[in-house]
Design a binder for this molecule. Sequence first.
Ligand SMILES: [Ca+2]
Length: 460
Amino acid sequence: MYLSRFLSIHALWVTVSSVMQPYPLVWGHYDVCKTQIYTEEGKVWDYMACQPESTDMTKYLKVKLDPPDITCGDPPETFCAMGNPYMCNNECDASTPELAHPPELMFDFEGRHPSTFWQSATWKEYPKPLQVNITLSWSKTIELTDNIVITFESGRPDQMILEKSLDYGRTWQPYQYYATDCLDAFHMDPKSVKDLSQHTVLEIICTEEYSTGYMTNSKIIHFEIKDRFAFFAGPWLRNMASLYGQLDTTKKLRDFFTVTDLRIRLLRPAVGEIFVDELHLARYFYAISDIKVHGRCKCNLHATVCVYDNSKLTCECEHNTTGPDCGKCKKNYQGRPWSPGSYLPIPKGTANTCIPSISSIGTPPKFNRIWPNISSLEVSNPKQANVCDNELLHCQNGGTCHNNVRCLCPAAYTGILCEKLRCEEAGSCGSDSGQGAAPRGSPALLLLTALLGTASPLVF
Ligand SMILES: [Ca+2]
């Protein structure tokens, strides 16, 4: 028995070792889903919350432009030089590689001189607006971990909206408005991220910081992820525990940094003067040399590896979970409802593993259909995780573990791990019985309070 258990653990360890990749602990812990620990019984698995490494997500996106034919060069056209708007004999020609500016040049390796860039057609149809949507799609939920940085080769646009989608592009919400004049363009008062606070961190603002006209030297637009993190983790992001605590307990905050798609809506090119120079419309266009998006696959703290296969990102789920985001329990592991892992308690978090579909006395019929009896479980699935083991999977409320496959509960309790009051199931608990279990998540809240110290509670 022990030998077979050891061998299966050893096999698992070899598998895990072969897929685990070492990387620096830039983002704290959560880089391992399980580890072996030594107990009196020998080696056993210790499960913990885990997440993939933060990485350059532009390698995995699909880009779409709207209108689709807005890229310059088909037919060839001339435009004015970036540095000198009165020198208007530069050429864009889609059929000549050296003169073409296709969208993929927004995501190639930058650092060479001159830059490579995508460029739109010029504003020759003025006064009809020159508007372009650039949609970046991952077909996968990702969590942003660093600023989105857009580097323009042309002047930065006079009006632009950065939008996000959480449902693969079906619906869109604004992330941030950018304008030379926020009031005029969007009827919004100009703000900077630095005007926000822990309480207003989710506010959608219009900023004039990145739209300072045609002749400015800076070509960069940010969407400030790190400044927003800093409201919780401090200016140098040293107190990541505090940020993780907030992400864990505040779904809205976590969702704010989660996207499946981004959309850059270019609404008006840089003009730099009050009036558009109608005699030189070839001065006006958009050109972007680089877009940076850093993030990680959202795997609900159940995976450290996210694979890119057939142009698709998928979490390699641990903890008996499955799905592209590890968002449900594997078949036959639905012994308790699926739950995401938790960052708390710091530093290892809580794995919230899925457990086999088997219950103690009073097994619901659906579980009976999956597991006709205990012996069939033991025979057909010798490698399955235990329901309880007195080491990591504790029976609660005084329950005792029987043969690792069921908790024997005291009379007042029921549930796979004796986690439920029997009277709760019957709906007959008195309001002052004094027996009620602590509210779910209360240890997490206590820890969070400790982590945040004197910080006032968040209101979203
Ligand atoms: Ca480039």
